[in-house]
Design a protein around this ligand. Structure first.
Ligand code: F6P
Length: 367
């Protein structure tokens, strides 16, 4: 079936580069004579039409994507609520249940004359894309997340910008840690993967990096702080991934909601309190939070996003569906969505960056 009209959507947490992907998809599609529309706020523009008096679909022509490559956020809006696979729905008993609404969504694609979808998102969005594809929607996924936890691509767009930002923040906090002879703790995002903490922590020469993949023993972290003090280094910089947890302990969860992933956070503060007790030194915790998601994409992320967007359109033009574009340096290739959906890429314990950190004397709180 030839393509006349395609849709684009952005789902999950925003990441720098989303607008660059949208621009590339729109321009590459218009150049093929296809019409483009954007779905507002993930799939809400189709699932909740009553919430959009001006329409849940927006027309994407050339003027709509002018001057957006360098902008953070997404011109389409996004949401990490209302996953169509686990849609919170009130039952007759008044309780909230999770309901699969992907069948209904696939029917809406047909009803709106949408021949294909470029779904830009992380693990949750790509799992939805896979389900829609199985229900007959022609789909190409584009891997987005600052967390870099998607399988089958060397990197996701948004990650480089987040790591650059975090590295800069650690550099700044280093000065204060040294001036006040304090322990500075920086809590960073990443969900259940330690990519942001590891990469920024090594680049910014942290003294300890705590990541979900290596449960920590707080006594070992305290030993590292004391060892530094014995060597005349009266301050320490500790990077803690939000998904870090102590040996035998659990993740620090800030919020639970039906149809959503748990909201992580708070482990940095716990580490700080424990280190103050164990070392007698003053500790401060800075949670970088959503600052890591906004801002201008780095050159690397802009280029990757543009390459991903254009490659997604080329794939649709070649008649492909049920795939995700992926970085496989030096090229962008295609991988089946079923090899991505439901898989999480965590930091391999024997990867070169972990080995480098250990060689440099950075502690992971395990030895
Ligand atoms: O997946 C991106 C991410 O920023 C995670 O690193 C973080 O755990 C989560 O989203 C935060 O989500 P929210 O925007 O709902 O607070």
């Amino acid at each position: 079936m030839s393509i006349k009209r395609i849709a684009i959507n952005t789902g999950g947490g925003d990441a720098p580069g989303l607008n660059a992907v949208i621009r590339a998809v729109v321009l590459a599609s218009l150049n093929r004579g296809w019409e483009c529309v954007g779905i507002r706020d993930g799939y809400n523009g189709l699932l909740l039409p009553e919430d959009y008096p001006a329409g849940g679909l927006v027309s994407l022509d050339r003027p709509a994507v002018r001057g957006i490559t360098h902008l953070g956020g997404t011109i389409l809006g996004t949401t990490n609520r209302g996953n169509p696979l686990r849609y919170p729905t009130r039952g007759v008993d008044g309780q909230l249940y999770e309901k699969d609404r992907t069948g209904e969504l696939a029917a809406k694609f047909k009803a709106h004359g949408l021949d294909a979808l470029v779904a830009i998102g992380g693990d949750g969005s790509l799992a939805i894309a896979y389900a829609l594809c199985q229900k007959g929607v022609r789909i190409v996924g584009v891997p987005k997340t600052i967390d870099n936890d998607l399988d089958q691509t060397v990197i996701t767009f948004g990650f480089d910008t987040a790591v650059n930002f975090v590295t800069d923040c650690i550099d700044r906090l280093h000065a204060t840690a040294e001036a006040h002879r304090r322990i500075m703790i920086v809590e960073v995002m990443g969900r259940y993967a330690g990519w942001i903490a590891l990469n920024a922590g090594v680049a910014a020469t942290a003294d300890a990096i705590l990541i979900p993949e290596i449960p920590y023993d707080i006594h070992k972290v305290a030993e590292k702080v004391q060892e530094r003090a014995r060597n005349g280094r009266n301050f320490s910089m500790i990077v803690v991934a939000e998904g870090a947890r102590p040996v035998g302990g659990d993740y620090s969860v800030k919020g639970k909601e039906i149809g959503r992933l748990d909201r992580l956070g708070g482990v940095g503060e716990k580490v700080g309190v424990a280190l103050e007790t164990l070392t007698g030194k003053e500790a401060r915790c800075v949670v970088l939070g959503h600052l890591q998601r906004g801002g201008t994409p780095t050159t690397f992320d802009r280029l990757l996003s543009l390459r991903f967007g254009a490659a997604a359109v080329r794939a649709l033009g070649e008649g492909q569906s049920g795939i995700m574009v992926a970085l496989d340096p030096p090229t962008v290739n295609y991988v089946p969505l079923n090899e991505v959906a439901g898989r999480m890429k965590t930091v391999p314990l024997d990867c070169d960056t972990i080995l480098t950190a250990r060689d440099l004397g950075i502690s992971f709180g395990d030895e």
